[in-house]
Design a protein around this ligand. Structure first.
Ligand SMILES: Nc1ncnc2c1ncn2[C@@H]1O[C@H](COP(=O)(O)OP(=O)(O)OP(=O)(O)O)[C@@H](O)[C@H]1O
Ligand SMILES: [Mg+2]
Length: 363
């Protein structure tokens, strides 16, 4: 039976390195939960502790109500797709996938049916009789995927399962993994450094950095409501600008001054004392442009420095002064007037889209 998973104050040290630093979260039954972060942030280490291949230095891991710290890996009923997790070289594709079902003493008819279903799913039906050495790397990876999912594990653990595949197969398999996961409702913990994959597949994403969790949220909220400067810069394209705090209103909005002297309002995190420096994030698609004679409320000025026509979208680079550039992304519309390079424009942005972070300016 699929299960919830709780990570309670888990830390893992290797000598002086703290690979995972006091991590806490709960994954609901049937949830697709992704650990997202760049290389070395502790994703694999955390997943290996959940699988039982590695013991945490401190903290507990539970499946449902049961603490599983002393349960060996083969008794945790997890399905695993790890980086470099080998398949059996002497078994055919079919027998590799059937392995876990045979170990569970399922009937021959069941095994035939379940393995065929998996083979279809990963598009390997025509290669069922082959051995691993007669497969490409991507095909081998798909055998690993099929083998992990066919046993209907309590928890499915996947560590960059699509990283060795070509784009077409990756796009195919990520939607297949997701729809299969929904159908059978297996709690899934998925590791990737690919934000597009994470945004597309997950119910929730935990963004990790330096062994810690920066934010746990739905893909949409992770993108639109980043809680830390790291998340604001890591997920999606963003303008990160140094700024200074002018004043904070009773309604919680804060007036800031941008490089070049423009003043706008935003919503903030942490200390927002007048005079202190901060970093603001503004998504390129949250900015509108208008002729310079418009109102200056929630707007500042810039000179168009470069324009890239991308078919459906228009990418504009503005010089806002003080040697700072700002990217604006506009949706292309029939008949729209092309902005003019060298022209001066008002840049409008809603205060909700201006997020103010306490950390000092990044240059
Ligand atoms: N067995 C080990 N001994 C010592 N240090 C280790 C060990 N395993 C991992 N580390 C260190 O712990 C940190 C986290 O490693 P981990 O493999 O969890 O990263 P990751 O997020 O999976 O990275 P990647 O995206 O490159 O796979 C790294 O600094 C790594 O060098
Ligand atoms: Mg890893």
């Amino acid at each position: 039976m699929t299960t919830s998973v709780t990570i309670n104050s888990v830390t893992k040290r290797f000598g002086d390195t703290t690979a995972v630093n006091n991590v806490n979260f709960e994954i609901a039954k049937g949830e697709f939960f992704t650990l997202l972060g760049s290389s070395g942030c502790g994703k694999t280490t955390l997943l290996r502790m959940i699988a039982g291949f590695m013991r945490q230095t401190s903290g507990n891991i539970s499946f449902g109500d049961r603490i599983i710290d002393d349960v060996p890996p083969h008794q945790r009923n997890t399905g695993m797709v790890f980086q470099n997790y080998a398949i059996f070289p002497h078994l055919t594709v079919f027998d590799n996938i059937a392995y876990g079902l045979r170990a569970r003493r399922r009937s021959a008819a069941d095994i035939e049916k379940e393995v065929r279903r998996m083979l279809d799913l990963v598009r390997l039906g025509h290669l069922a009789h082959r051995r691993p050495r007669e497969l490409s790397g991507g095909q081998q990876q798909r055998v690993v995927l099929a083998r992990a999912m066919v046993i209907q594990p309590d928890v499915l653990l996947m560590d960059e399962p699509l990283s060795n595949l070509d784009t077409e197969m990756r796009v195919h398999l990520r939607s297949e993994i997701r729809s299969l996961q929904r159908q059978i409702g297996i709690t899934t913990i998925y590791v990737t450094h690919d934000q597009e994959e994470a945004l597309l597949m997950s119910d929730r994403i935990a963004v990790m950095s330096g062994g810690q969790i920066e934010q746990i949220d739905t893909p949409h909220r992770t993108y639109s409501e980043p809680q830390t400067l790291f998340v604001a810069g890591f997920i999606g394209e963003n303008n990160l600008l140094p700024a200074s705090i002018i004043a904070t209103d009773a309604d919680g909005t804060t007036l800031i001054e941008l490089p070049g002297g423009g003043r706008i309002k935003g919503t903030g995190f942490g200390n927002r004392q007048a005079g202190s420096s901060c970093t603001v994030s503004i998504r390129p698609q949250d900015i509108d442009i208008s002729p310079i004679d418009g109102s200056l409320v929630d707007a500042f000025q810039g000179t168009l420095f470069d324009l890239q026509f991308l078919g459906g979208a228009l990418k504009l680079i503005f010089d806002i002064g003080a040697e700072r550039l700002l990217t604006v992304s506009l949706q292309g519309r029939r008949g729209m007037e092309m902005p003019i390079i060298g022209g001066r424009y008002l840049l409008n942005v809603s205060r909700q889209a201006v997020r103010i972070f306490e950390q000092g300016a990044q240059s």
